[in-house]
Design a protein. Structure first.
Length: 229
């Protein structure tokens, strides 16, 4: 009997440890992945061309600039990055919060355009802070950040609730601090890369149960010759 009780005690002890192990595994922060391309330095000019979302972009820019990992400089023309918005609830964009287009050659990030979808942000009741988080996410794409598999990152693919985090800052500092920049524009193709990011539904949002299936994150890549002809 004593042997049986000892065995049962050991089994119960093992079972009680499982949730702790699982919780520990989920609490691990993932370093935010970085693309193969970036600007020559951790600074870029940005032009805000839509008065309806300028304050959102400015708040997102301020959040990134506070990290001292990357600096966005607002200019009126000839910017490396353009930020604005559109409003669409058609089948293609109904469940899209933001889109970012980047152009690069070799490991040179040449330019980017980023947009917020005002239609879906309103439909799914994103508040100002949540919209700013989406803008911070899209700005992350404009400087070379990819999606983070962990939810505790502004670059989580379906981000709504998280602002720029230490894992995002560390990724930018690491890449811009260690990657050797090569001038390959003259002999490398120009690649167009598009990030299309989906909405996140809040539990109590009206019409949530009527929303169609979300389109997955899409990445569209096209290449053209740097020197046609």
């Amino acid at each position: 009997m004593a042997v049986v009780l000892a065995a049962l005690t050991a089994m119960l002890s093992m079972v009680s440890c499982v949730p702790k192990q699982i919780a520990s595994a989920h609490s691990v922060s993932h370093m935010t992945p970085f693309s193969a391309y970036r600007y020559q330095a951790p600074v870029a000019t940005i032009q805000l061309t839509d008065s309806r979302t300028n304050n959102l972009w400015k708040a997102a820019i301020k959040a990134w600039n506070r990290t001292h990992a990357f600096t966005f400089k607002i200019v009126n023309s000839n910017a490396q990055i353009k930020a604005d918005s559109f409003s669409s609830l058609n089948d293609e964009y109904r469940n899209t919060t933001g889109i970012t287009y980047t152009r690069y050659s070799g490991n040179q990030l040449l330019s980017a355009k980023t947009q917020l979808n005002r239609g879906s942000l309103a439909l799914y009741h994103y508040n100002i802070n949540e919209q700013t988080n989406v803008a911070e996410h899209e700005l992350g794409h404009t400087i070379g950040l990819l999606h983070n598999p962990g939810e505790d990152s502004v670059m989580y693919y379906r981000d709504r609730y998280v602002a720029v985090q230490p894992v995002d800052i560390a990724a930018v500092k690491k890449d811009y601090g260690t990657t050797t920049f090569e001038d390959t524009f003259n002999d490398a193709p120009i690649i167009s890369h598009t990030f299309i990011d989906p909405v996140t539904i809040r539990d109590l949002v009206p019409l949530a149960d009527q929303a169609p299936a979300f389109s997955p994150v899409r990445t569209l890549v096209e290449a053209t010759k740097a020197n046609p002809g």
